[in-house]
Each structure stands twice: as structure tokens, then as C-alpha cells.
Design a protein around this ligand. Sequence first.
Ligand SMILES: Cc1cc2nc3c(=O)[nH]c(=O)nc-3n(C[C@H](O)[C@H](O)[C@H](O)COP(=O)(O)O)c2cc1C
Length: 357
Amino acid sequence: MWSDNQLTRKLKIQYPIIQAGMAGSTTPQLVAAVSESGGLGSIGAGYYTAQQLLEDITQVRQLTKKPFAVNIFVPSQQSTTNNQIEHMNAWLKPYRRALKLEEPVININERQTFERAIDIIIDQQIKVCSFTFGIPNTDTIKRLKNAGITVIGTATSVDEAIANERAGIDIIVAQGSEAGGHRGSFLKLGPKEHEAMIGTMSLVPQIVDAVTVPVIAAGGIMDGRGVLASLVLGASGVQMGTAFLTSSDSKASPLLRESIINSKETDTVVTKTFSGKYARGINNQFIEDMQQYPDIIPEYPIQNQLTNLIRKEAAKRGNKELTHMWSGQSPRLATTLNASALMSKIVNQIDTLLSGV
Ligand SMILES: Cc1cc2nc3c(=O)[nH]c(=O)nc-3n(C[C@H](O)[C@H](O)[C@H](O)COP(=O)(O)O)c2cc1C
């Protein structure tokens, strides 16, 4: 049986299909629907306060008894100067003026939010905790594992995968460059970081060969063909973001959902302009304008906060030119099916593909 492997046994799920924890875009309904359908739903808690995380956990538990994950961001050191922030604020002034917005107050409390989320995940006896943007410290990993929680990390290169395994991470998501949303990169990927974009087909087997823990393929996977291909490459499962983002259960705005459905594979770019970290989304005016920006873009989470209100207000007004439109490189394969119909479709497609072998 294709779905019975070390990953599904470890996570106690029926199918090796994980819905990516997409910060800002998951709903308890989406998470519960995927888990109820035999996959693993994930709460995208990267931007959540403790209160919001607790509320989502409670709501998911009202909808399913099955395991689900919580996904959070590992805080990073950043070295942005006040000068860089001032320059960016000056550059963003015309956008703020057009949308009638004030300059935001920067408030970096990533570390505190992260520690609080870890406490909640342990207190609430969540079964699976997944991370992006780095590896938590040894103490945090120990606390989670001692509490019986399975820990998943993200890697965009073989070195990042090895670092995850060495740190004691149980399962590694191999995130190829096709992936929508933020890249989980945390090590320097070479002199031209932006060009070291390893696709899923290359990354997965190279990571599988380099580590002993189960590997989950991510990036551009939208249907049964992608799942089966990933298993053939040696992955034990897949993590899908964009495919669940356009499902009717996600928090995506109708604007974003329609834009993805109507996009081509050539429409997305990888950009640092919205948040200070590389992320893949549909190209638009803001990204194009920022090509002219003469200074260094502040690092995450500063740039994220500097552009936050602009993006929110633009989205509210239905303006897709000034907000982030995250999507992976396979938008032509996106559907508007609800999450449980999507899960059934994928599983049926795999069964059909295998029956012809
Ligand atoms: C809208 C969106 C938000 C995302 N947010 C997160 C996140 O909060 N945490 C995370 O680990 N990955 C996040 N990702 C990346 C996914 O984990 C995954 O790598 C990616 O979606 C796979 O590529 P695909 O979109 O082509 O399926 C996000 C992806 C999207 C599309």
C-alpha cells in the first residue's frame, strides 16, 4: 500500500499528505478537514499571538479528534540599521499617502512570541510541531521531544537538512524552489544566495541520500502525480501549500484565490521586497517598483512590519498590485475544491495511476 510508510506510522495518519502551515492563511476548518480526510492539517501560527493560537487549537479540536500540527517561525538575528529603516520609510511614503496610512511603529518581539508558542504547544499536548526559517535551540527541541511531540524542520539545501538532522529534528521538509510563500532558508546558500534555487526534483533525492530521517517533499506539488513522483524520489510524503490555499476552506481572499487560479507557471517570482525574506508570489507593481530601490532592504521581520499596513489596506481595497500574492509555480493545477474533496481526488488519482502500472 503506497500510503503505509515510516512517516504515516510516525504521525499516525492515513495518507502521507501534509497541508502546509501557512501563516495568515489557514483556518481551523481547513486544518480539521485535512486531518479528518486522513492527511495532517497544520495551523499556520507564524504570526499568531498566544491568544489566537489557543483559539485555533480549541476550534480544531472541536472539529476533529485526529492529529494535527502547529507551524511556527524560528526567530533569527538581524542586523538592520536605523538608517536602512529610515530610507525604506521614505521610499514607502507615497504608498502610505495614497492609502492614507501612518508610519508603523516597529515592534520586534519574535523571541517572546516563539517561547510562548512553544509553551502552548507543550501544554496543549499538540502531536506535531513544524518549523521554518531555522532550527530551534537544543533545549527547545528536547522539551518538545520529551513531551512526546514530533518535530519537523525545513531545508532548502542538503546542508540545511544535515543541520536539522544533527540537531535532533525527527522529519525534514525538503522545500524546493517551486514552493509558494517564504523560503525556509537559514544558511547562506552560496555567494549568490538568490540564484541557489534548488528545485524539488533535484533537492528531494539529494536530501534523502544525505539524512536518515524521513523526508517530506514540498514545492509545486498539487495532485496525485506530484505525490507519487515525490515517493519515487525517496520522499516519505508531501507538504502542499498552494493547492490548499485555493481550496474554499482557507483564509485566502477571493482576490488571491482567483489570481492563482488565473495565473500561469511563468507569473510568479521570488522576492524579498514584502518581508525582507525571499518568498514566491505572483509578480506585481510593488515588486517591480522595488527593483529601483537603491538601498539594502531591511531584514525580516522589520521589512514585514514596514509593509504590513500597506499590504493589508491594498488587499482590503481589492488592489492586487500592492499586496503579497503568495503562490507556488504550479498555479495551473490549482482548484477551488474544498479540502476534503481535494484530498479524495488526490488519493483516487494515485490509486488510478498505480492500477495502470
Ligand atoms: C500562502 C503561503 C504561506 C506559507 N506560509 C508558510 C508558513 O507559515 N510556514 C511554513 O513552514 N511554510 C509556509 N509556506 C510554504 C509551505 O510550507 C510549502 O513549502 C509550499 O507551500 C510548498 O509549495 P507549493 O505552494 O507549491 O505547494 C507557505 C506557502 C504559501 C503558499
